[in-house]
Design a protein. Structure first.
Length: 77
């Protein structure tokens, strides 16, 4: 498992923002495909769960991004 994490870290370190954006679009499309296959009776549970996971991951990611953005914006060029 450690080798998998090391490979993933190296992949991210060697990627630029364009590659990460493509990766995110790939994951979004995969999520949509899985979401469309959920039966209606399970959607009442799946939708709130997906919203919670989205918020729990999106907020820290954007917090980190905005901190870095402020640092870059404060630097004198």
């Amino acid at each position: 498992m450690n080798k998998l994490f090391k490979a993933a870290n190296r992949y991210i370190e060697t990627s630029d923002w364009k590659i990460i954006a493509v990766l995110k679009f790939c994951l979004i499309s995969l999520g949509l495909l899985f979401g469309m296959s959920i039966k209606d009776r399970h959607k009442k549970i799946a939708i709130p769960a997906a919203v919670c996971v989205f918020l729990l991951t999106y907020i820290p990611l954007m917090d980190k991004f905005f901190k870095i953005f402020r640092e870059v914006n404060d630097e004198k060029i």
